[in-house]
Design a protein around this ligand. Structure first.
Ligand code: TXA
Ligand code: MG
Length: 353
C-alpha cells in the first residue's frame, strides 16, 4: 500500500484540508496524526475491522486495548456505562489535554477496540490538528501511539514513517509533539482512582482536582518491577521503548554520575564497543568518549520529556552497542520520564552515591 503523506503547517490552520483523511477514517482505513503527547495511529473506534488493522500494522498483541479519542464530553456519555462524578471533575480540570480516563463501557465500542475488556480508555486531545480531525470526521478515533510495537513512541512524523510507511493509508505531518510522553492514564472504574500510567498530569495534580487521595498502581512502581507484580494496564507489562543498544541508567549526584559514566564509557570503548551517552546541556561537554547526545536542559524538565523518545531512536540510527544515561527524577514529571527510561533500560541501574 502507498501511504499518503499530508503536511499541515501548525501556523496556517486555514490551509488544513482534512477531506482525504476524513474519507479514509470513515471507510475503516488508518490515519496517523499528531497529538500534544505523541503521534497516534487512528481508526474508527466503533469499527472492529479498523481496530484489527491497527493491531496488524503495529504488530501489537490484540489483548492490549486502544484509547478512544473524542472531542466532546457527550461522546464519553455515549460510550460509558455510567459517567462517574470524578470523570466530570477531571474533564473540567484537564480536558482537552494529556489525560486518559478508564470507565466502564457500554456496547457502543466493540471488544476488538478494548482488547476484550469491559472498560474503555477515553481521551480528549488538545492538539489543534487532532481536535479538528475529530470534529470534522465526526468519528471517535481509536489511536495507540503510531510506532511499531516495542519501539519508542513517535514524536515527529519521520518516526511514524520509519515504522509504518506502506502499512497504513495516511500520515498527517503536523510537526513535533509538545509534550513527547504519552498521556497520564487514570482508572475510574474502581473505588479509588488509580494512576495506571504516569504522564504530564501527576499525582498531586489529580489529587487537587479531585479533592481526595489517588493511588498509583503498584505494578508500575519501579521497585516492584522485578517482583512479578503485574501492572493493570495491559500495555505497561511489555518491555517497551527498548533501543537496540544495551541501555544502563546511572543515578546519583551530578559529579559522581559524570565520572562514573566516563569510566564506564572508557572501559566499553577499550573493549571495542560503540558507546552512546545521554547527557544534558549542563554536562554534555564533560564526557570524554562516545557519541554524546543532550536530551535537554536540566532546569527545564519539559525539554527532557520532549526529547527522550527521539534520542532513543537516534541511538538506533547510530547503531551504538552500549548506552549510558544520566537519571532524570525531576520534580514534576520525573516519575513519567523515569518510567519510560527505566523500561527502555530493562531496569538496569547503577547507583553512585
Ligand atoms: O498520549 C497517548 O495516550 C497516546 C496518544 C496517541 O493519544 N496514545 C497511547 O496509546 O499512548 P497506547 O495504545 O500506546 O497506550 C495505551 C495504554 C496501554 O498501556 C493500554 O494497555 C492502556 O492504555 N489501556 C487502554 N485501555 C485500557 C483499559 N480499558 N484498561 C486498562 N488499560 C488500558
Ligand atoms: Mg504505545
Amino acid at each position: 500500500m502507498i501511504t499518503k503523506k499530508l503536511v499541515f503547517d501548525r501556523n496556517r490552520e486555514e490551509e488544513w484540508d482534512f477531506s482525504e483523511a476524513n474519507e479514509i477514517i470513515r471507510n475503516g482505513g488508518l490515519v496517523a496524526f499528531p497529538t500534544e503527547t505523541v503521534y497516534g495511529l487512528g481508526g474508527d473506534a466503533t469499527n472492529p475491522e479498523a481496530s484489527k488493522k491497527i493491531y496488524a500494522a503495529k504488530g501489537r498483541p490484540s489483548d492490549n486495548p486502544l484509547i478512544v479519542h473524542i472531542h466532546d464530553f457527550k461522546q464519553l456519555e455515549a460510550i460509558a456505562k455510567n459517567v462517574p462524578d470524578d470523570a466530570r471533575k477531571l474533564c473540567k480540570a484537564f480536558w482537552p489535554g494529556p489525560l486518559t480516563m478508564i470507565v466502564e463501557k457500554n456496547e457502543t465500542i466493540p471488544y476488538e477496540t478494548t482488547g476484550g475488556m469491559d472498560t474503555v480508555a477515553v481521551r480528549m486531545p488538545s492538539h489543534p490538528i487532532a481536535r479538528r480531525f475529530l470534529q470534522e470526521s465526526n468519528v471517535m478515533i481509536a489511536a495507540p501511539s503510531a510506532n511499531t510495537s516495542g519501539r519508542p513512541s513517535p514524536t515527529i512524523a519521520r518516526h511514524v514513517i520509519e515504522d509504518l510507511d506502506g502499512k497504513i493509508d495516511c500520515i498527517i505531518d503536523g510537526g513535533s509533539c509538545d509534550i513527547g510522553l504519552e498521556s497520564s492514564i487514570i482508572d475510574l472504574s474502581t473505588d479509588i482512582p488509580t494512576i495506571l500510567r504516569p504522564g504530564y498530569i501527576n499525582k498531586e495534580m489529580f489529587e487537587k482536582a479531585l479533592g481526595k487521595e489517588v493511588r498509583i498502581d503498584p505494578g508500575i512502581i519501579d521497585a516492584n518491577a522485578n517482583k512479578g507484580i503485574r501492572p493493570k494496564a495491559p500495555g505497561m507489562k511489555y518491555r517497551h521503548y527498548a533501543p537496540k543498544g544495551n541501555l544502563v541508567v546511572v543515578e546519583g549526584n551530578d559529579e559522581n554520575v559524570v565520572s562514573k559514566i566516563n569510566e564506564l564509557a572508557k572501559t566499553a570503548f577499550a573493549e571495542g564497543k560503540k558507546v552512546g551517552i545521554i547527557a544534558t546541556d549542563e554536562t554534555k561537554d564533560r564526557y570524554e568518549t562516545g557519541n554524546v547526545v543532550t536530551i535537554g536542559d536540566r532546569n527545564d524538565e519539559d525539554s527532557i520529556a520532549r526529547h527522550l523518545f527521539g534520542v532513543l531512536r537516534d541511538f538506533d540510527d547510530l547503531e551504538v552497542d552500549t548506552i549510558y544515561s544520566e537519571s532524570f527524577g525531576t520534580p514534576r514529571i520525573g516519575m513519567a520520564i523515569m518510567n519510560r527510561l527505566l523500561k527502555a533500560a530493562g531496569h538496569q541501574v547503577i547507583k553512585v552515591d
